[in-house]
Write a protein that binds this ligand. Structure first.
Ligand SMILES: N[C@@H](CCC(=O)N[C@@H](CS)C(=O)NCC(=O)O)C(=O)O
Length: 329
């Protein structure tokens, strides 16, 4: 099989899928501006649609449309688990997702790549992208690791490739932390790194997932009043500070952790979980700041959590927070 691709274009999705599936393939680069391939062939004669991707099969057939190609690849390597079995609801869910990515997310980015798009056109495209990514964020709100649930699929690959364009177009992903975490998870995979390297692209930064995972432990620790778990998330010299009640409340970990251990947990009171990540920023390779929200009883917290990377893990070195009392219903 030969995949016709352009570096960083949506053809990266079948490229990654081929590597994930462990199938033998070759690559041929297409110059979309001239319509010629790297061997000088007329790409229009191979794929009359003129765009990438196209997958030339060993019997001479040429398959186009990314969503169809990745499913074909997944089915050729059924054991890879890259797609649910055909004729199942989960398979229809995959198609539902691929179609959403192709028609609603991928094509929402397209105006940003057209030189003739006006300033209004750019703003409109960005608003549509934000709306589409917001929908993906909602899909992930139940805590699933991947778009279809717990299993990585070609939909995650396609989403990764398309949303990777946000970086080049200065669209910050901070408003969608679960999406960001999913992309980081995908970006760490060996097949993804190899495909990106083969196309001459920089790999994604894995630090977001690490912070998101640590924040998951933080939220669980607060919800369960699990001081032991919080003791692993916080650095032993961490600072705990709040000025919401006028004066300064300032605690060391020796004072804070027993306080957590001795209070009734939100879990034991059956309280709804309200924790969410609002943003994650990096000041350098070992320093980060997360802004998060959570609730304990009637208190609604906004935490500014400073992280440091020490001894192979991210730990909270300062928790500076504000709280309000929820209006009673
Ligand atoms: N419907 C196609 C769209 C593919 C597409 O938009 N390809 C872009 C790169 S991401 C392209 O080759 N654009 C150049 C062109 O249209 O001439 C698919 O889903 O595969």
């Amino acid at each position: 099989m030969k995949l016709y691709f352009a570096p960083g274009a949506c053809s990266l999705s079948p490229h990654i899928a081929l590597r994930e599936a462990g199938l033998p393939f070759t690559l041929e680069q297409v110059d979309l501006a001239t319509g010629r391939t790297a061997t000088g062939a007329d790409y229009g004669a191979i794929n009359p649609k003129g765009y990438v991707p196209a997958l030339a099969l060993d019997d001479g057939a040429v398959l186009t449309e990314g969503a169809a190609i990745v499913q074909y690849i997944a089915d050729l390597a059924a054991d890879s688990g890259l797609a649910p079995k055909p004729a199942t609801l989960q398979r229809a869910r995959l198609q539902e997702m691929l179609n959403y990515i192709a028609s609603e997310v991928h094509k929402a980015f397209s105006p940003l790549f057209r030189p003739a798009t006006s300033a209004d056109g750019h703003s409109e495209a960005r608003a549509i992208i934000a709306q589409r990514l917001g929908h993906i964020e909602k899909t992930l709100a139940d805590g699933r690791a991947y778009l279809l649930g717990e299993h990585y699929s070609v939909a995650d690959i396609y989403l990764f490739v398309v949303v990777n364009w946000a970086k080049a177009k200065d669209i910050p992903l901070a408003p969608w932390p679960r999406l960001q975490a999913l992309l980081e998870r995908v970006g760490r995979r060996e097949a993804v790194r190899q495909a990106m390297q083969a196309e001459g692209l920089a790999a994604m930064d894995p630090r977001f997932t690490e912070i998101v995972d640590t924040l998951g432990l933080y939220f669980d620790g607060l919800y369960d009043s699990n001081a032991g778990q919080l003791g692993r998330v916080f650095h032993e010299q961490a600072v705990y500070a709040c000025a919401s009640e006028g004066g300064l409340t300032h605690l060391t970990m020796e004072a804070y952790l027993p306080m957590v251990a001795n209070r009734a947990s939100p879990a034991s009171r059956g309280e709804a979980r309200r924790d969410r990540i609002l943003s994650i920023e990096f000041a350098g390779p070992v320093t980060a700041l997360a802004r998060v929200e959570c609730a304990i009883g009637e208190k609604r917290f906004t935490d500014l959590l400073s992280f440091v990377w020490l001894d192979g893990q991210w730990r909270i070195i300062a928790k500076v927070f504000h709280f309000d009392i929820a209006a009673s219903s």
